[in-house]
Design a protein around this ligand. Structure first.
Ligand SMILES: NC(=O)c1ccc[n+]([C@@H]2O[C@H](COP(=O)([O-])OP(=O)(O)OC[C@H]3O[C@@H](n4cnc5c(N)ncnc54)[C@H](O)[C@@H]3O)[C@@H](O)[C@H]2O)c1
Length: 372
């Protein structure tokens, strides 16, 4: 008997529960057809959790997240909770989970589905067929480095200080994730830093080269200054396969890459922790890049593709179900190719559908492709 696949679903606020319902539809399909069976638990996070427990995530839920093979999150937050105390604001739940699970590697794919190539602000030929990954270091660097201060200099001036710090082990482990990802793809890693002006950039490059020489000689490696990398991302993004970079540059470069593909409703993400020495599994959290979209919540019009594709990443990275993940990607592409669009993607000559209809169409395509 294969060991049970343990999932924790945290639907969250706003459109979170609406898009998570489509993940449940997919899970039901897997169970019905015998493709896979998951042990599913659900819990509150964000504003809904604050309303029930006066915290953004409970200790019990954090314990469940530790016990799960993968956490699947919808979205947290909304205007209803704008004035709750800072440390229990909805986003605090997600931040605590990321920290407690030690999720240091943030994976954001930028994939352009053929049917949506015209939704990008770039020309069709630049983005059509795009399939790249931005791998961002998520727990170190300038967002967390100390000292982090604003000091009054007493002469009418203030001084703000942020500190960029990276230790060898932090660079090594994110580099390894990058090389492992590339091995399963087109075998190329581009490491981006600013070694020309930053000591952390010098060390970053040195450590990435060491890891490469020691463990991943079979993978192609190139280096690029992060500013030049930003330029290349919009000039000819298809030159990349896996881009690995630090927290600050990754934050910006992943948002640039996001816009190559069109809508926020299309973008999945994964955050991975260390491999557990005993179980050989990684802690992992999968979530769409978008937020809770309060402006459309409750209307049944949200695009479920970012959420479904995030679950697809869980199939790939947590459950070794690459074949099913490919099938899901193909099903999404097929539903789009049929001209179905949620409101955020609509264009002339397409059919606008709601969240549930889009989910139904994608699962229907899965069924068709699985039987083919
Ligand atoms: N990881 C998270 O949980 C997360 C991430 C970002 C924002 N937030 C929170 O979400 C709330 C709203 O933030 P925001 O409005 O800045 O960002 P947002 O991503 O929720 O929405 C931005 C715009 O994109 C649209 N949009 C987002 N997802 C969509 C989808 N799946 N289908 C169709 N349209 C979609 C929205 O309708 C809105 O017009 C805030 O409380 C914010 O703090 C949470």
């Amino acid at each position: 008997m294969p060991s049970a696949k343990k999932l924790l679903l945290l639907a969250g606020d706003g459109i979170g529960p609406e898009v998570m319902a489509e993940v449940k539809r997919l899970l039901a399909f897997f169970a019905r057809t015998g493709i896979a069976r998951f042990d599913v638990e659900e819990a509150l996070i964000g504003g809904g959790c604050y309303d029930a427990h006066k915290v953004a995530v409970t200790d019990e839920t954090v314990a469940k997240a530790h016990a799960a093979d993968a956490v699947i999150l919808g979205a947290c937050g909304g205007p209803k909770w704008d004035n709750v105390p800072y440390d229990v604001r909805p986003e605090a739940g997600l931040l605590r989970l990321r920290k407690d699970l030690g999720l240091f590697a943030n994976i954001r794919p930028a994939i352009s589905y053929p049917a949506l190539a015209d939704a990008s602000s770039l020309k069709r030929e630049v983005v059509e067929g795009l399939d790249i990954i931005i791998l961002r270091e998520l727990t170190g660097g300038v967002y967390f480095g100390e000292p982090k201060t604003i000091t009054d200099l007493g002469n009418g001036q203030k001084r703000a200080v942020d500190t960029q710090i990276y230790d060898t082990y932090e660079i090594e482990r994110i580099a390894r994730v990058g090389f492992e990802l590339a091995r399963e793809r087109r075998n190329k890693v581009t490491s981006m830093e600013k070694r020309n002006v930053m000591k952390t950039g010098v060390l970053w490059r040195e450590v990435v080269e060491d890891v490469h020489a020691r463990e991943y000689k079979d993978v192609g490696l190139e280096h690029m200054l992060a500013d030049a990398g930003g330029m290349q991302l919009v000039r000819w993004p298809k030159q990349f396969d896996v881009i690995v970079t630090d927290n600050l540059f990754g934050d910006m470069l992943s948002d640039i890459a996001a816009m190559l593909t069109g809508s926020l409703g299309m973008l999945p993400s994964a955050s991975l922790g260390e491999v557990d020495a005993k179980t050989k599994r990684r802690k992992a959290l999968y979530e769409p890049v978008h937020g809770s979209a309060p402006d459309i919540a409750g209307k049944g019009v949200a695009n479920p593709i970012a959420m479904l594709a995030s679950f697809g990443m869980a199939l790939r990275y947590s459950f070794n179900m690459g074949k099913e993940a490919d099938l899901l990607d193909a099903a999404i592409a097929a539903a789009l190719a049929r001209g179905l669009r949620t409101a955020d993607l609509k264009s002339d000559g397409t059919t606008v559908v709601g969240t549930a209809e889009m989910g139904e169409a994608i699962v229907g395509e899965m069924e068709r492709l699985a039987a083919a």
